[in-house]
Write a protein that binds this ligand. Structure first.
Ligand code: KIV
Ligand code: NA
Length: 265
């Protein structure tokens, strides 16, 4: 089958075929995920927690992201490779452009993900004008955990929901090609996905998104630390990693993940 592009994902949105995404940090898992039918592999800065053992994503550097992205690129098959800009790498548009260049040229990323709304609009415009496909990221923004004082659901009151709606539209207008919505109520995610032309991939955002993403170590039961309640252990009752990933892809495509147990608001 042909490699998955942003056009493929937009067509999937239009045809209401859910997009199955997972985080990935190395070549072996990339090969396995691609073989199991995962559409998008996300080299997330969550690697700071699940690979490096930190409590947050804040210590992750651009060099770490480039290294893991290059590893995933060698195994990704037809899956689309999205890589995170780490903490402060998008603090200025110029800095973001440089960092995105490294993720694409050295790391083999096809799309670069940036956390934030209004403060990163100018950056999103610059990157997309320069030919860098951008995945925006709204709702819970883990890089801001120290300012937020913890990992909490977002968009539960009207003012914060309005800000997310407005930011989502503005990011699409600024040229973003994808949007990750993390930890927002199901109804808010449903509204945003209906209003945007670009695909919306949810994590802890209910079933009414254009796709789902989970942290690999959480959905394989490898993470013995804190696993968020919106995740599901797909190894349970199974005997192989590739079968677990196939069950995840099947659950996303058939709309049975997330179910009521993983839909918190
Ligand atoms: O770093 C990460 O894994 C992410 C996803 C959870 C969206 O940003
Ligand atoms: Na991330």
């Amino acid at each position: 089958a042909a490699p998955i592009s942003l056009t493929t994902l937009t067509t999937m949105k239009e045809q209401r075929e859910p997009i199955a995404a997972l985080t990935c940090y190395d070549a072996s898992f990339a090969r396995l995920l691609a073989a199991a039918g995962v559409d998008v592999v996300l080299v997330g800065d969550s690697l700071g927690m699940v690979l490096q053992g930190h409590a947050t994503t804040v210590p992750v550097t651009l060099d770490h992201m480039v290294y893991h992205s290059a590893c995933v690129a060698r195994g990704r098959g037809r899956a689309l490779l999205v890589a995170d800009l780490p903490f402060l790498a998008a603090a200025t548009p110029e800095r973001a452009l440089q960092a995105a260049g490294r993720l694409m040229q050295e790391g083999g990323a096809a799309v670069v993900k940036i956390e934030g709304g209004a403060p990163v609009l100018e950056t999103v415009r610059l990157l997309s004008d320069q030919g860098v496909p951008v995945c925006a990221h709204l709702g819970l923004q883990p890089q801001s955990v120290h300012r937020l004082g913890g990992y909490r659901f977002q968009g539960r009151d009207e003012a914060s929901a309005d800000a997310i709606r407005g930011d989502a539209l503005a990011l699409e207008q600024a040229g973003a090609s994808l949007l990750v919505l993390e930890c927002v109520p199901r109804t808010l995610a449903a509204e945003v996905r209906a209003r945007l032309r670009i695909p919306v991939i949810g994590i802890g955002a209910g079933a009414d998104c254009d796709g789902q993403v989970l942290v690999l170590h959480d959905m394989l039961g490898i993470n013995l630390g804190h696993v968020p309640r919106f995740s599901r252990d797909f190894m349970t009752g199974g005997d192989s990693v590739i079968a677990a990933v196939r069950r995840y892809v099947q659950a996303v495509k058939s709309g049975t993940f997330p179910g009521p147990a993983e839909t918190l608001y």
